[in-house]
Design a protein around this ligand. Sequence first.
Ligand SMILES: Nc1ncnc2c1ncn2[C@@H]1O[C@H](COP(=O)(O)OP(=O)(O)OP(=O)(O)O)[C@@H](O)[C@H]1O
Ligand SMILES: [Mg+2]
Length: 503
Amino acid sequence: MREYWNSFASLLGVLAFCQSLLLLIFPPQLRFLCLKFFNRIFHLFSSYCYFDITEIDGVNTNELYNAVQLYLSSFVSINGSRLSLTRALNSSAITFGLSNNDCIVDTFSGVTVLWEHVVIQRQSQTFSWRPLPEEKRGFTLRIKKKNKSLILDSYLDYIMERSNEIRRKNQDRLLYTNSRGGSLDSRGHPWESVPFKHPSTFDTLAMHPQKKQEIMDDLEDFANGQSFYQKTGRAWKRGYLLYGPPGTGKSSMIAAMANYLSYDIYDLELTEVHNNSELRKLLMKTSSKSIIVIEDIDCSVNLTNRKKNNKRNYCDPEVRCGSGSACGGEDGGNSITLSGLLNFTDGLWSCCGSERIFVFTTNHIEKLDPALLRSGRMDMHIYMSYCSYHALKILLKNYLGYEESDLDYHVLKELSDVVDKAEMTPADISEVLIKNRNYKQKAVTELLEAMKTRADRNFKCGSLRDKISDEEEQEKRALETPNEGSEFEEPCKEGENKEKMKS
Ligand SMILES: Nc1ncnc2c1ncn2[C@@H]1O[C@H](COP(=O)(O)OP(=O)(O)OP(=O)(O)O)[C@@H](O)[C@H]1O
Ligand SMILES: [Mg+2]
């Protein structure tokens, strides 16, 4: 052993001597060539090849560096003992990263690779238009030479894809609106955005669990269906029509969908769009992985055959543009038509931008143009009903923290007997529960009373309820469009559609 150490020490001594000889004798250029030569020899006999991915490529930021960093952060948090933590702008999530000069092993398609995060001090500040960081950062990827061609391209593509996904997941959702009526912002964007922080999820949504699961599965299939849509030659988009009385959770459902898939929402206000070409521009400026929403589609604009409608209403181009304005009539193309909208949902333009979901909501499905309801248009028609017993149980849990087992058997029985007859919306029930949320027993008693009263009333005068909900709805419309309500007649002509809906 001692002998071995002696010979090792003498070898080191010889190497050190050679190195100092090299430094002393050879001029710098020759020294560099010698080192390069030794490097070549070393790599020739090594079974590995190395790829450097530097943070800054010339003066530009190297996107691949950021992608690798984000990608490694997705599993480094589990393994590492010393990690760097970052939180990006507009993000509420913290990401982990490899500390300086740390290594991590990854496996892709059965091949093991090694990543090293290399950080070295920058020697001297060379001239640059922008100040460079003091440290040079980069990742070195080590792959066995025999696996290089096998995985390199697909591995890097995979990293880019995964990192985009992680970035999107970490970033706050955005809610976009076109409320500026077609004008563009300083960057030429027609949409304005605010962070989207709606707390509604499928857990908090009160509806039948089976129906809820069906919708979640459908969304999941859609989000993972890239190859399916490609294979079948269909545009990667899906349409949902949510219909039902006010306060049954249509908007809450949209928020839950966005939170479930981590998609942004584009809330398209059709009354702010002047014509089909403006609509096209707006829709072209939406990003993929987003939900495009048109609420109350029966009232936004008249999307039925306007020629038959002789009423003077908001949808009338004359009304919308003002008489004597430069706007043409419908035939002149200066108004939105149903075909203009459908062109985007399932026409030629539907393939522009992928992975997008369209959600239309309405309180009156019977008012919609049959063209909108034809099979293939909206992939799923979802009826948001009055509160059922299953939905009620979810609301009791949300607001009072009550499980089914926490309630007295007789109370439960009474609730289940009366809930369907009461025909109360989840919004009505929420109101009673919120008011008494600190007095749980009282909340249940009061809810039961309210339900019984409603059920009695429904029984005595069946049609009265319809009248009330119509009044409620008119009140809602009047609040939403205070100026138009008094001036114009109801915006949309009643459609003749009596098609049977899937629910
Ligand atoms: N199914 C539900 N699950 C949980 N909460 C609900 C549900 N439906 C309604 N709510 C509650 O009632 C409020 C109003 O619901 P929401 O705005 O989603 O109804 P909507 O169907 O969109 O009504 P509208 O037709 O008037 O737009 C929500 O803030 C939510 O708290
Ligand atoms: Mg709504």
